[in-house]
Design a protein around this ligand. Structure first.
Ligand code: PD2
Ligand code: ZN
Length: 309
């Protein structure tokens, strides 16, 4: 007979059997994505909250066990890293513009833009003139009255929180919320070959002198317990497009420390990068360098694997 290993009186995972815990570990070690494991559990009748808690509890305990085994000389020989409890990272399709023939210009529905720079690993592309001056001004104007101190997603809980690593003000537009937003989202979708519905709402950030965005990855860390909840809304992020809405007097470059790349913020230009796995090996660590003089406005479009809802 299977018995519950949960000892906390009243825990929501009390009904979770050892057999199910073993199955969760097997799925993780086989490389299944957390959202797929969660979906399978829900399909077989587990309530979402219970399934999520069971996954978190099981994988956290499994990781701790492996770490203890590794630390103890008497324990079994460790052949795989402790992080193997986290699903292995399988590459997934990512957004990518059609640059065949080494195009240095592209036209999207009559809007002409330039390809300023491309890099393979990490995949980074800088576009010139992605937005017109009027579009940059329009976004700033619509965002300004709605700015608040920027929040980032707390990957332990899946909630938003004010983050000291980001000293800008920010806001999110709803997807398609105005004709201007619709036009820009359609252009991005056609440019990158990625459905509008897979995009998060546009985020606007406003940096004052001294403000910065410390280096980070835009994908959600699979090792964090809140990640499965975040991934339910369209899966992982697989690409980022940062569009510059003005040109700061000095500073404010978007930096890629792993490869020593700095992209100067120039009004209307944009930097795109993609990541086919939620892993630092993608070398997509990036940050917003401190603004030295003037201010910096950007619009960010994050692209998910699936439909974002
Ligand atoms: O404003 C930037 O340059 C920047 C840097 C890093 C924006 C983001 N990340 C982002 O919005 O994810
Ligand atoms: Zn970022």
């Amino acid at each position: 007979m299977n018995t519950s290993t949960s000892t906390t009186q009243g825990s929501i995972t009390q009904g979770v059997t050892d057999e199910l815990r073993r199955w969760i570990i097997d799925q993780a070690e086989a490389g299944c994505r957390p959202q797929d494991v969660l979906a399978a559990m829900q399909k077989s009748g587990w309530h979402e909250d219970v399934a999520m808690a069971a996954m978190e509890e099981t994988l956290t305990a499994h990781l701790a066990r492996r770490q203890r085994e590794k630390a103890s000389p008497a324990g079994p020989a460790e052949t795989t890293p402790a992080s193997s409890a986290v699903p292995a990272q399988q590459p997934v399709p990512v957004p990518e513009p059609d640059l065949k023939g080494g195009a240095s210009w592209l036209e999207v529905e009559g809007h002409r833009l330039s390809v300023v720079m491309t890099m393979r690993q990490p995949r980074v592309i800088v576009f010139g003139g992605l937005l017109s001056d009027a579009e940059c001004d329009g976004l700033i104007e619509q965002a300004r009255p709605r700015l608040a101190r920027s929040e980032t997603v707390d990957t332990r809980t899946g909630d938003s929180e004010v983050n000291v690593a980001r000293t800008s003000d920010g806001m999110f537009f709803e997807r398609g919320e105005s004709p201007l937003i619709q036009r820009i989202e359609r252009r991005i979708s056609l440019l990158l070959g990625w459905p509008v519905l897979h995009g998060e709402g546009l985020q606007i950030l406003h940096y004052r002198p001294g403000a910065e965005y410390k280096p980070h990855h835009d994908y959600f860390d699979p090792a964090h317990s809140g990640t499965p909840r975040i991934l339910q809304r369209g899966g992982q992020r697989v690409g980022t497009l940062v569009m510059y809405l003005n040109t700061p007097e000095a500073g404010g470059a978007t930096t890629f420390p792993d490869v020593g790349l700095e992209v100067a913020p120039v009004r209307g230009n944009a930097v795109f990068f993609s990541y086919d796995r939620a892993h630092p090996d993608t070398r997509t660590l990036h940050g917003g360098a401190p603004v030295v003089a003037g201010e910096k406005w950007v619009a960010t479009k994050w692209l998910r694997e699936g439909e974002f809802h």
